[in-house]
Design a protein around this ligand. Structure first.
Ligand code: CIR
Length: 264
């Protein structure tokens, strides 16, 4: 698996934030956290590829928002944050040639942080960043690949994945009270996360290894008991820029082989 990441911008302290209640992120600390994240991805066997930064965006490290990849398709998004729209250019260049590109145009908006893939289903947050036209474009891009798109209302959070993420194709971590767990009923087992640990409902799973934000002992214990190996990462500074674990990478699976022709 290839993991695309993007370095922390020198002006990370200017990152977009929903509230100014917490201190602004500290550059050195954010860089340390990012380096540990990259090391953890490598320890799980990912080939990490660093995409050059974007001098015009303090938020470029949150690469997940720029592209949604599934099957043989990459959807290059049009962020709901106008100041982040230049970020897709370098990401497009870094994507492997075998991916078919679909470029989102106005008036559609969508951030990759709103797209939660579970097997062949894409749950998509209708949020302050992702509008109905964006959801339609997502559907048009991925229906030919055999994906079903299911919209989910997002309230009181930036993105759907702020408080929900997939662990493999069969489990979803979901912060209690964030969304109705029944939306996943026919797709995945839902592990409800205690509200005190809502931030840690966002994890990155690669095989049995799972990156988990430090400070969420219940989540870590649950994953261990289910046979996974949590790797705990400090996320204090990155969280101060409203970032979480998934938003720091785009995971590219091996190219899917075309299905063999069916027998006549
Ligand atoms: C923003 O507001 O766009 C960034 N400061 C944070 C983006 C986080 N992205 C994500 O969780 N997918």
């Amino acid at each position: 698996m290839i993991a695309l990441v993007r370095e922390i911008s020198p002006n990370i302290s200017d990152a977009l934030r929903r509230t100014d209640a917490d201190p602004r992120p500290d550059l050195a600390g954010a860089r340390r956290e990012h380096a540990a994240y990259v090391a953890a991805l490598r320890s799980l066997g990912a080939a990490v590829q660093v995409v050059p930064g974007d001098p015009s965006s303090a938020d470029a490290c949150f690469i997940e928002d720029t592209a949604v990849v599934g099957g043989h398709t990459a959807l290059l998004t049009r962020s709901g944050a106008p100041g982040r729209r230049t970020e897709v250019c370098e990401v497009e260049r870094a994507l492997p040639g075998w991916l078919r590109r679909v470029v989102m145009r106005a008036p559609a908006t969508l951030d990759g942080g709103d797209v939660l893939r579970v097997g062949r289903t894409l749950f998509v947050g209708r949020s302050e960043r992702t509008n109905d036209v964006g959801i339609d474009v997502l559907r048009q891009a991925f229906s030919p690949e055999g994906f079903t798109v299911r919209p989910v209302e997002v309230r009181d959070a930036l993105h759907l994945k702020c408080h929900a993420s997939a662990v493999g194709d069969e489990r979803v971590l979901l912060a209690h009270g964030f969304a109705d767990p029944r939306i996943f009923d026919d797709i995945a087992e839902v592990i409800e996360v205690h509200p005190d640990e809502a931030y840690a409902a966002n994890v990155v799973a690669i095989g049995r290894g799972v990156l988990v934000a430090r400070g969420a002992p219940r989540v870590a214990r649950h994953l261990s008991a289910a046979g996974f190996e949590p790797i705990l990462l400090s996320m204090t500074e990155i969280a101060r820029a409203d970032g979480s674990l998934t938003c720091l990478s785009i995971l590219l699976p091996e190219p899917e082989k075309p299905s063999p022709p069916s027998p006549v």
